[in-house]
Design a protein. Structure first.
Length: 95
């Protein structure tokens, strides 16, 4: 497991094998699609695959005072988690 904390204080535990999971690769590819609905679907799937059951906790963590959860805030957190995953993956490959 890869454990860490984002800059904003969200604590996460992610299975290190997720970095090479075919579902994640497809979700990331979908976020680059020209169709906006496919992009949204890809982003939602990517978050679910990476944080799994912690997606509600992540939403609560970034929820604004007005009760909204902005996609930019979610994606910033997921980006930091992905950076941690990449770093852990590259460290493992060094050995």
């Amino acid at each position: 497991m890869i454990a860490g904390t984002t800059k904003s204080g969200f604590h996460f535990n992610v299975n290190e094998k997720i970095i090479s999971d075919w579902r994640l690769i497809n979700a990331i590819a979908d976020t680059q699609a020209p169709d906006e609905m496919t992009k949204v679907k890809g982003a939602v799937n990517m978050v679910k695959i990476i944080v799994g059951g912690d997606s509600e906790a992540l939403s609560a963590h970034v929820m604004g005072e007005d009760g909204t959860v902005q996609i930019d805030d979610i994606m910033r957190e997921v980006g930091e988690i992905m950076d941690a995953m990449k770093e852990a993956s590259s460290e493992v490959k060094k050995y």
